[in-house]
Structures are given as C-alpha cells and as structure tokens.
Design a protein around this ligand. Structure first.
Ligand code: Q46
Ligand code: ZN
Length: 301
C-alpha cells in the first residue's frame, strides 16, 4: 500500500479516514490533528504553560512529545502511586524520566507515599467501600490541580484518546447519566480561581494511532497496564466498540464527535450546566462542594 501524500510505502492504513501514510507523513499528520483540536476548542496558546499529566504510557508520553514538537511550553507531572509494591510505578517513572531526559523537558514527580504516608493500595484498603481506582482518581485529580496551581500553569493536559472518550460516553449513555454526560468535554474551563483549565488534545486520535506514533517516534513507554485496570468495565466497553469499529470504520469517532456536537448545540440534554457552589477546603484550601474538609483530605484523615 502506498502513502496517499507522497507515494512511499505506507506504514499505517487508517480505514476510518480512508488514509494510508508512510512513516514521515504519519509523524507529521498526527501533530497536525492535535493542533487542529487545540485551535478548534480554544484549548491554550503558545504563551501559556501547560502541565501534561504523564503516566509513562503511550498516550501521555506521545501527547507530551507532540506538544513539544508543536512548540508549546509543556512540562510533565508524574504521580508515583506506589502500585504493585512500587514495581509498576517505579518502571513507569523510569520511562517518564528517560523521555524527559531525551527531550530536555522539565518535569516533576510527586510520590504519594512520601507526601501522604501511604500508597494508593494501602489507603484504599484502609477505606473499605472505596475502590482502588476510585481512590486513585480522587488523589490524582487533587495532586494534578494542586501542582498545576502552585506551579503557575494555567492548563492541565491529559492523554485521553477517542477510544477512552467513546468508552466513557458509552458507559454513561447506557445509564443516561446526564450529569456526567453534561460534563464530558474536551475542555473543562476553570470554574474557580483555584482550579486550572483541563484539556484533552488527543480526542481525534485512536488508541491504535497513538501506539503507532509512539513506536515510530521511538518513545519507550510502559506496555503493561496498571494491575488494577484488569476487569475494568471501561475495557469491556472498549472491546465492544472495537467490534463495532471493525465492521463500521469510523463508528467510534463519529459516536463521540457527534455526541459533542449535538450536546453543544443543545439537541441532546437540557442545559444541565447547573452552577455548582464551590467552597474551599478548611485544610488544603482547594475548591470543594463539601462543607469542611474536601474528599481528598477526608481520605487521609
Ligand atoms: S492507575 Fe489508578 Fe488507573 Fe491503576 S489504580 Fe485504577 S485509576 S487503573 S487510570
Ligand atoms: Zn482538602
């Protein structure tokens, strides 16, 4: 198969775009897609400092790489969760460090055990009734927002791709979870002076394309999934959507992007953008809907 742009041998065929590209053209095409998304959704400008949440996986490292290639001021934040006795977390951290060194990019590390006295699995065992992933998500959201705010970053970027977003959309649509559906957006504006804007610049790219990008760029990422992701319902929904995509190329992307369009045009949900009253946590000062302590501070109390 030949590259549609230059006629060289293609390395990837993207059926959903009816587009086959060679290595060089593909490595140019991916950042172009990301730049289009950044502009279309007014995510951030070159004058802003962007904090990229990096896990050591392909999507977040590729996102960081792309933002640097596009000339943005992108720095990384790695949160060491203390997973699998440190094995999974240690290896992921090494991947992030190696990437940052190879690009000369700045990054920070927050070690949950050192900062708060327990790892994610330890604290979630202590808080029975809270899943490990639920605890992990809560801690990550808090740390990311705090580090971004204290470091003077205005934007926090995450590596969610089409597959991630379509699976979450599918899960929420099955329950008509309108509150979640109303908030599932490529950009979450800062709704409080202590919250940073959150953006997802990879929402037009498939997981398969991100894997190919990381591979072709020589990005060394952690292949293993987090041990707690096994059996996660999102993986099951991803699998179902992959089956759909197999017989109907582009279905995943159109499911998600048409949802965004319909929702933003008010054709789907009542304008549910209820203004939530945000106070500040008495302990850490971060925005919270709870009176007194925020959920994060209650977790460690
Ligand atoms: S890292 Fe944390 Fe994920 Fe692992 S414990 Fe669950 S939430 S699966 S993105
Ligand atoms: Zn707090």
């Amino acid at each position: 198969m030949k590259c549609r742009k230059c006629g060289q041998t293609a390395v990837i065929n993207m059926r959903q775009h009816r587009l086959a590209l060679c290595q060089n053209c593909f490595l140019d095409w991916v950042p172009e897609q990301v730049q289009r998304v950044i502009e279309k959704f007014h995510m951030f400008g070159p004058e802003e400092r962007v904090l990229v949440a990096v896990s050591g996986g392909k999507d977040s490292l590729a996102l960081w790489d792309i933002l640097l290639r596009l000339g943005y001021q992108a720095e990384g934040l790695y949160i060491h969760l203390g997973i699998a006795n440190g094995g999974y977390s240690d290896v992921s951290q090494q991947k992030v460090e190696a990437f940052a060194a190879s690009r000369g990019a700045g990054f920070r590390v927050v070690k949950v055990l050192q900062e708060y006295g327990q790892t994610i699995p330890q604290v979630s065992r202590r808080k029975r009734g809270r899943s490990t992933c639920g605890t992990c998500g809560l801690v990550k959201r808090h740390v990311l927002n705090q580090v971004a705010g204290e470091g003077g970053y205005t934007v926090l970027a995450t590596g969610h791709n089409v597959d991630d977003e379509a699976a979450v959309l599918f899960q929420n649509a099955l329950r008509w979870a309108t509150g979640y559906l109303a908030r599932q957006a490529p950009v979450l504006p800062a709704s409080h002076p202590k919250l940073v804007r959150k953006v997802k610049p990879l929402i037009r790219l498939y997981e398969r394309e991100m894997a190919a990008y990381a591979l072709l760029c020589g990005i060394d990422y952690i292949y293993e999934e987090c041990p707690y992701s096994r059996g996660a319902t999102t993986l099951f929904y991803k699998e179902l959507l992959n089956q759909l995509e197999e017989s109907s190329p582009g279905a995943k992307q159109s499911f998600y992007l048409s949802f965004l369009q319909a929702r933003d045009q008010g054709r789907l949900l009542p304008a549910e953008a209820r203004e939530v009253e945000l106070g500040e946590c008495q302990q850490c000062g971060q925005p919270t809907t709870a009176p007194g302590l925020c959920a994060f501070c209650r977790l460690w109390a």
